[in-house]
Design a protein around this ligand. Structure first.
Ligand code: PRP
Ligand code: MN
Ligand code: MG
Length: 179
């Protein structure tokens, strides 16, 4: 285990088991819909790749990058489009892939944007959901795990850009934040 990790919450095995179930469900639900899968850079990339290889349906993949700015306090969040999709969204069944829904601002921004662009349907699949973190009313349709109100890293989730490559989700040692 990585020396900076205090505790593993979801092991690679637990994540794989959960992904197999989620992917089977998505394959059924999207059987003839040829969904446009949208992966939210950067955190969702690992989950997205592992999910789509388990989805036995015709789909397309695209990426979008958004960034949050929290001026002063965390109570006034603003989300900005950093890198747009390459695909047309009009009339498409869109499936957003996320690593975590926390305050919900990122997701709200994306759902509003895709609605505006005329998606036929918009659903969200997130590996993790932190209901206690929510600031705006939004929820994911497919969730891997409901997580406690702690700062998590690994399997796409970062602290200052690091730890995304850990094959599990865990909690950092407090000393790491104090550096
Ligand atoms: C993280 C995470 C989600 C978002 C959730 O991304 O990957 O996309 O925050 O936060 P919210 O529900 O409070 O809006 P981040 O903006 O840190 O970018 P990253 O994916 O590149 O790490
Ligand atoms: Mn993200
Ligand atoms: Mg991040």
């Amino acid at each position: 285990m990585n020396n900076d990790i205090e505790r593993v919450l979801y092991s690679r095995e637990m994540i794989v088991e959960r992904m197999n179930k989620l992917a089977a469900q998505l394959s059924t639900d999207y059987q003839d819909k040829r969904p446009l899968v949208i992966s939210v850079l950067t955190g969702a990339v690992l989950f997205t790749v592992d999910m789509i290889e388990r989805m036995d349906i015709k789909l397309q993949l695209d990426f979008i990058d958004v960034s949050s700015y929290y001026g002063g306090t965390h109570s006034t969040g603003e989300v900005k489009l950093v890198q747009d999709l390459n695909s047309e969204v009009q009339g498409r069944h869109v499936l957003i892939m996320e690593d975590i829904v926390d305050m919900g601002r990122t997701l709200k921004f994306l759902v509003d944007l895709l609605k505006e662009r005329g998606a036929a349907s918009i659903k969200v699949c997130s590996l993790l959901d932190k209901p206690e973190g929510r600031k705006v009313d939004i929820k994911a349709d497919y969730v891997g795990f409901n997580v406690p109100n702690e700062f998590l890293v690994g399997y796409g989730l970062d602290y200052k850009g690091f730890y995304r490559n850990l094959p599990y989700v865990g909690i950092l040692k407090p000393a790491i934040y104090e550096n």
